[in-house]
Ligand binder design. Structure first.
Ligand SMILES: Cc1cc2nc3c(=O)[nH]c(=O)nc-3n(C[C@H](O)[C@H](O)[C@H](O)COP(=O)(O)OP(=O)(O)OC[C@H]3O[C@@H](n4cnc5c(N)ncnc54)[C@H](O)[C@@H]3O)c2cc1C
Length: 250
């Protein structure tokens, strides 16, 4: 028996200014956030409290995009002739508009130590480059499909403990690694650059493509994935909201 009766997504949940084209994008993000969680709860795999993370994750993200869209609107819709003249002169002279980083998720089913380099990628979208399988070359999700993906710079299976393997197995997570023999082919060197630039060796990507956790060393995955098992696979009203930071109380 579920106590939650109504969940709002898309324009019924938020109204987006048009200036960044983010209205429908936000609705699609709502839907993909909710879809995997509803699936887990309705199939009996996860506790109903998992659904509490929907609003916790989506509300600040949409609010950030509304603020950014309004900023962009202030530039394009100014009614001050002098400001409009300066803007046009700058843009026609080749100057680019300041481009703040695109917002990511900041709370919810995410796990990172706030003082680690891992925190810089957790809550952002997972990496997506072209890989090769046989003669076929395509973006990774063409081969991987939906679901959880553990994407690793190299083969790190030696470092995964039995609990981690059990959780990944229950979630039907696909493991992709590069580098060692038998690994996927990183056609454009995209993943090599991603791991070099971020200083991490692996990311665990959720079914809605946001990064749940990252690891500076392979062994660091075990704690975060054990926590994921407690959030998703154990019933009993486990608190799932605001778990971004392992060492900060929710
Ligand atoms: C001019 C314009 C340009 C846009 N450009 C972009 C863009 O570039 N990028 C972007 O991401 N977004 C854009 N958007 C926003 C985007 O179109 C909306 O965010 C998106 O369509 C919202 O989808 P939705 O399914 O949440 O709601 P809707 O598309 O409004 O769908 C709701 C549906 O519910 C139906 N309905 C309402 N009441 C009932 C009822 N009582 N019973 C049964 N059915 C009902 C309605 O008829 C409608 O079909 C644009 C919007 C406009 C107007």
């Amino acid at each position: 028996m579920y106590s939650l009766k109504v969940l709002f997504i898309g324009d019924s949940a938020h109204v987006m200014p048009p200036f960044m084209g983010q209205g429908m994008c936000s609705g699609i993000r709502d839907a993909s956030n909710l879809a995997w969680k509803l699936n887990y709860v309705l199939s009996g795999m996860s506790p109903e409290s998992l659904l509490d993370s929907y609003c916790v994750e989506r509300k600040p993200h949409v609010a950030d995009l509304i603020r950014l869209s309004m900023e962009v609107g202030r530039i394009s819709c100014t009614t001050d002739p002098e400001i409009a003249r300066q803007r046009d002169e700058a843009l026609l002279g080749g100057k680019k508009l300041p481009s703040p980083p695109f917002p990511g998720l900041v709370h919810g089913v995410l796990m990172s130590d706030p003082n680690s380099v891992e925190a810089t990628v957790v809550g952002s979208l997972g990496p997506q480059g072209r890989i090769q399988r046989g003669d076929e070359i395509a973006l990774a999700d063409h081969f991987l499909g939906a679901g959880w993906h553990l994407i690793c710079a190299d083969d790190i299976s030696y470092a995964l403990d039995s609990c981690t393997k059990r959780v990944l197995d229950r979630l039907d997570a696909k493991i992709v690694h590069f580098g060692a023999s038998g690994g996927a082919v990183d056609v454009d060197g995209f993943y090599r650059r991603y791991f070099q630039e971020t200083g991490i060796v692996a990311v665990l990507v959720r079914p809605d493509f946001y990064i749940y956790c990252a690891a500076e060393t392979p062994e660091r995955l075990n704690g975060s994935i054990a926590d994921l098992g407690r959030i998703l696979l154990e019933s009993g009203g486990h608190e799932v909201s605001g778990r971004r930071q392992r060492n900060v109380a929710a």
